[in-house]
Design a protein around this ligand. Structure first.
Ligand SMILES: [Zn+2]
Length: 272
């Protein structure tokens, strides 16, 4: 499903992988994230090229989690921009042997992993960014947070920013990686909340407005504080995610409960 979120930004929201965004610049298209299924991503790219009468030049990667990059070979002829901090993850992805055992293990988290593996291919980015990079007015900033390579893509002409999985809207967020850094995450959200951007494009879920960021950072602050106090009571790690003193989240009450979210809470607890 394609959705025009501003005059020049189109979102492809799908259940296979991450959101994908297309930004129409004066004479080319740039994309943010590649999703999971090559066929779907390629179709989106082609539809945008026909609609705007412009060709894709660049793919920005908000972070190197598989559901955001497996279909990146749909942009094999483009400049591919990623954080330098993503390099170890790209190397690890390229070395994965997707054998049956691994696929059935991954399927619980990524239901479309088999199709993704079939059509998609990991490629080495062509442009590694340490901290900041600007391409034709579009800003790429490395923040860390959700992962060490979490980055934003700022589109000043439309007064909006894509934040990858720093914002996972209307759902229980995942924050359980070994390189997840809650403080860096909160810092990135605070910085964007203090800016004058209007729209925020999440890695998963529908676009939101700037004031949504305070709900996300507030949740992480409250959660960290609650987990710290539960620590002093020696609540066992295996059950901490169900504790009644944990804050309610910023997502709708009827959102499906996610085991990846509970896992994230236990990981954060263990790290405090
Ligand atoms: Zn992610």
């Amino acid at each position: 499903m394609y959705k025009w979120v501003t005059n020049s930004v189109v979102m492809a929201e799908n259940e296979h992988g991450s959101n994908i965004y297309c930004i129409s610049l004066s004479d080319e298209l740039v994309f943010i994230d590649a999703g999971m299924l090559n066929e779907y991503t390629l179709k989106f790219r082609e539809a945008m090229e026909v609609y705007y009468g412009k060709e894709a030049s660049t793919l920005f990667i908000t972070h190197a989690h598989i559901d955001h990059i497996r279909a990146m070979n749909a942009f094999s002829d483009c400049e591919i921009v990623a954080a330098e901090a993503a390099r170890p993850r790209f190397n690890a992805h390229m070395a994965i042997d997707f054998n049956e055992e691994r696929l059935s293990r991954m399927e619980g988290v990524f239901p479309y992993i088999r199709e993704g593996v079939q059509d998609g291919e990991f490629l080495e980015p062509t442009k590694w960014v340490d901290a900041n990079y600007i391409y034709k007015g579009v800003g790429f900033n490395v923040h860390g947070g959700h992962s060490a390579c979490s980055s934003s893509v700022f589109i000043p002409d439309e007064n909006c920013v894509a934040l990858g999985d720093l914002v996972q809207s209307e759902r229980q967020p995942y924050f359980g990686e070994s390189d997840t850094d809650i403080n860096a995450w909160i810092g990135a959200l605070d910085a964007w909340e203090g800016s004058d951007i209007a729209h925020v494009f999440p890695g998963h879920g529908p676009p939101v407005e700037r004031d949504y960021l305070g709900g996300v950072s507030g949740y992480f602050r409250d959660l960290t504080e609650s987990l710290r106090s539960l620590r002093t009571e020696n609540i066992p790690e295996e059950e901490v995610h169900l504790n009644e003193y944990l804050p309610s989240g910023y997502w709708p009450e009827d959102s499906p409960r996610k085991s990846a979210h509970y896992y994230s809470i236990r990981r954060l607890y263990a790290s405090l």
